[in-house]
Write a new protein. Structure first.
Length: 213
C-alpha cells in the first residue's frame, strides 16, 4: 500500500525503514558522539513541532536495516545511536532489529517518543516491547509548546528522561557539556543541517544569513 500523510499510520509491518533524515555524527543528540536516525511519519502532530517535515507518512529515504547498520558500525568512534523523528515507535519492528545489532557492537541507544512511557509499556503493537528492550535511555511524552524548555535533551518540561538499562548515566545527560546547545553541520554540497533544540529566532537568523526567508 502506498502510504501518504492522510493514511492512518497504525503500526505496519514494513520491509525497509522510512527515514526523514540520517546524521552519521552528532554531539547534541545524547551523550557522546552519536549517529542520529530521524524516522519519517508521526501520528502526534504536536503544535510547534521541531520537525514538521517529518510528520507525513509519505515515503522519503527508504533504507534496509542491513545497509543502515553497516553505515553506523563503520564508524569506530561513535558511542551510540539516537532514534528520533517523526515517531520511532511507528517503525518499531525494524528499529528494534537495528538496535539489537548496534547494541551487540557495544553502542548505546537513546529513543525519543511522543507517547508516554506508561502508554508504551502497556502497548501490544508490533515491536513496541522489543524497541523498549533495546533502548538504554527513553525521552518520552508529547511536545507541549507552552512548556518549551532547553537543555537535558527535553523539548518541553512535561517530557520524561527515563533510564531503561543503566548503560547511560542520567546525571551525565542532564549536566553534560552539550546540553541545550545547537549543532550546525555543513555538508560537502553546502547543505546546512541544524540539530539539537534550536530556538526559532536563531534559525531565522541563520536562514537570513543563508539567503532564505
Amino acid at each position: 500500500m502506498m502510504v501518504n500523510e492522510y493514511n492512518d499510520p497504525g503500526c505496519r509491518l514494513i520491509s525497509v525503514l522510512n527515514l526523514g533524515c540520517f546524521l552519521a555524527r552528532s554531539e547534541v543528540n545524547g551523550p557522546g558522539i552519536r549517529a542520529v536516525v530521524w524516522v519519517q511519519g508521526c501520528p502526534h502532530r504536536c503544535n510547534g513541532c521541531f520537525n514538521p517535515q517529518f510528520q507525513s507518512f509519505s515515503p522519503a529515504q527508504q533504507i534496509t536495516v542491513d545497509h543502515l547498520a553497516h553505515v553506523i558500525l563503520s564508524d569506530p568512534d561513535i558511542d551510540g545511536i539516537t532514534f528520533s523523528g517523526g515517531e520511532p515507535f511507528a517503525q518499531a519492528v525494524l528499529l528494534a532489529e537495528l538496535g539489537t545489532r548496534v547494541r551487540e557492537a557495544g553502542l548505546t541507544i537513546v529513543t525519543y517518543s511522543g507517547y508516554t512511557y506508561n502508554h508504551l509499556a502497556a502497548g501490544t503493537e508490533p515491536g513496541w516491547q522489543d524497541l523498549l528492550a533495546v533502548t538504554d535511555l527513553l525521552v518520552s511524552g508529547p511536545y507541549i509548546q507552552s512548556l518549551r524548555c532547553t537543555g537535558s535533551l527535553k523539548g518541553s518540561a512535561n517530557q520524561e528522561i527515563i533510564p531503561l538499562s543503566g548503560r547511560i548515566a542520567v546525571p551525565m545527560v542532564v549536566t553534560g557539556r552539550n546540553c541545550g546547545t545547537v549543532e550546525f553541520i555543513i555538508s560537502a554540497d553546502g547543505i546546512v543541517t541544524a540539530t539539537g533544540l534550536p530556538d526559532s529566532s536563531l534559525l531565522r537568523q541563520v536562514y537570513k544569513k543563508c539567503g532564505r526567508v
